[in-house]
Design a protein around this ligand. Structure first.
Ligand code: ADP
Ligand code: ASP
Ligand code: MG
Length: 294
């Protein structure tokens, strides 16, 4: 018997049919005799919808209230998924971040997980329940609801896998695994069968959103094997794990992109001490992150 964490992203629970399919996948794992913890994202583009709703009401919404709002998306999908599992004749219980005490700092909209109360989840697992946890959310020490930043359900999944010492964390998504570049943009992209934590960290930090970067940090720190795979079929996807000898021979593993980056050229800057500082102070004051200076 293994302890398996399965995370289903927004597109994998985007409608009723997909929720039912995810439920079948989960039940199949349970039937094989494993303990299963499931982490779910909000359905489809629900989080985007909530963000734009907020900005229609107030162009600069309070971050506390934004987290209050955004956390609702995941609460819908966990309950529906539990109901779908019940329809298949299996036991399952859904939990919000608050209920399983995913404790974070107080940085609303980009909170960091400090600790997870594993005992509550263990009790439910020992009671033969399939445990379904809302991704992307936690609470701070004062019980305020926080969210972990976009794509944060991956972090919830890896944090739970670490806290409960899971054997593997399966990330179910809308592509077959990690590719050499985004397969939705480059048709020739190839699926990578095995990739090291460090290579995955690099790809994620450069914009490959298939895994949220902090989730890979968790995996590396606690040595958890990640299996990124399709929620639409059963073929093997990509294993993210510790580097082995065969992996070292690759020179270029993949290419990532970022749509939110601009190149700005300032011409004719005299070579005088203090000028660079003047330019970058102005940039920093406007909260603009500088990626590269040439
Ligand atoms: P989920 O809703 O399951 O969390 P995401 O949209 O966050 O899914 O991540 C999956 C998406 O990541 C894919 O649909 C793909 O467009 C994109 N992506 C970007 N780079 C890569 C890559 N190197 N390999 C696979 N997918 C990638
Ligand atoms: N629902 C959240 C988002 O869209 C978290 C996630 O999908 O991982 O960013
Ligand atoms: Mg994602």
């Amino acid at each position: 018997m293994a302890l398996i964490v399965q995370k289903f992203g927004g597109t994998s629970v985007g409608d009723v049919e997909k929720i039912k399919r995810a439920a079948q996948r989960i039940v199949k794992t349970k039937k094989q005799g494993h303990q299963v913890i499931v982490v779910v994202s909000a359905m489809g583009k629900e989080t985007d919808r909530l963000v734009s709703l907020a900005s229609e009401i107030n162009p600069k919404p309070s971050e506390r209230e934004l987290d209050m709002l955004l956390s609702t998306g995941e609460q819908v999908s966990i309950a529906l998924l539990a109901m779908a599992i019940h329809s298949l004749g299996y036991e399952a219980k859904s939990f919000t971040g608050h209920q399983v005490r995913i404790i974070t700092d107080s940085s609303f909209t980009k909170a960091r997980i400090l600790r997870v109360d594993a005992d509550r989840i263990k009790d439910e697992l020992n009671d033969e329940q399939i445990v379904i946890v809302a991704g992307f959310q936690g609470i701070d020490e004062r019980h305020e609801i926080t969210t972990l930043g976009r794509g944060g359900s991956d972090i919830t999944a890896l944090a739970l896998a670490a806290a409960l010492d899971a054997d593997v964390c399966e990330i179910y998504t809308d592509v077959d695994g990690v590719y050499t570049t985004d397969p939705n943009i480059v048709a020739e992209a190839r699926k990578i069968n095995r990739i090291s934590y460090d290579e995955m960290l690099e790809l994620a930090s450069l914009g490959a959103k298939v895994l949220q970067i902090r989730s890979v940090e968790f995996a590396k720190k606690y040595g958890i094997t990640i299996h990124v795979r399709s929620s639409f079929h059963e073929q093997e996807g990509t294993w993210v794990l510790k580097e082995d000898a065969g992996m070292e021979e690759v020179v270029v593993r993949g290419v990532a992109y970022n749509r939110d980056e601009s190149k700005i050229t300032i011409k004719g800057v005299p070579d005088r001490p203090g000028l660079a500082a003047m330019i970058f102070t102005a940039v920093a004051k406007n909260n603009i992150v500088v990626d590269m200076i040439i």
